[in-house]
Ligand binder design. Sequence first.
Ligand SMILES: O=C(O)CCC(=O)C(=O)O
Ligand SMILES: [Fe+2]
Length: 317
Amino acid sequence: MGDGHEWKIVKIPPIVQELAANVPEPPSQYMVGEQDRPAITGSGMPEPIPVIDLSRLSASDDDDSAAELAKLHSALENWGLFLPGFLSEVMKVTRGFYELPLEEKQKYSNLANGNEFKHEGYGNDMVVSEKQILDWEITSLVLTRLAKLLGLREGYFVDMFDEDATTYARFNYYPRCLRPEDVLGLKPHSDGSVITIVSVDDAVSGLQVLRQGVWYDVPVVPNALLINMGDGMEIMSNGLLKSPVHRVVTNAERERVSVVMFYALDPEKELEPAPELVDDEKRPRQYAKMKIKDYLSGFYETFARGTRVINTVKMSE
Ligand SMILES: O=C(O)CCC(=O)C(=O)O
Ligand SMILES: [Fe+2]
């Protein structure tokens, strides 16, 4: 995750997109073992993944926002993720951003030191940046509400994202695969971020989430975003919020894409439960302290082996 770590790659695999274009059947190393075979369609849902209205969530303290906060709480307890009622929200946040006073908007300026042009930021040529800022606006709103939900100071999580915090975008492309029952698009994992925003393919499903040992399909909602908790949030919340294990199955008929924004902390910072959420009697500390950059380097290694780095910092009961 852009932490400057260099990876020793044992063998460089072929680019899957090229492979898919040239060979009809996936080679054997892409086939998962018998016990890991993906059921291409997940099980029927015990209840739908909630759609949360972010504008209600941000309303001043009234019944509406309390009800929405309760809904968010149960979404995260049950799924670790939720769908923000999105399109109208983006319009609102966009409008809100442009309505900010000039000096506020210029905090996001695409000019460094007043004269060096950056690719991202507010200014005359603001192409990529708009979405980035909106994503961050949404992320900080959610982080504020999560802090409140956990009984922390509202700015608790937002303030942890200092200027060295890393935002990392991943563009996933899953080619068509003739053996979807044998080949996964993305192995089961939880994200190493604090929070992740996913813009999923608006037509092709594939993302599945694990809940109590059962895989469920995350439904395709056109133009929707999906927000999920990452390991950083599970650790900082001392396990009160869970970072869901998810995977992507392949599809024999259609290719699929997704764009994922991971919000992670400064690699030099330590990751550990918020002291306010640790209580030696009622809720002992569940995770040991670890430097973010060590966590992230462990992340890639354990991901490659199909295990979870979070298990390495879990305290034994
Ligand atoms: O493709 C997706 O829907 C999810 C991708 C994902 O989980 C990831 O990139 O970490
Ligand atoms: Fe993920």
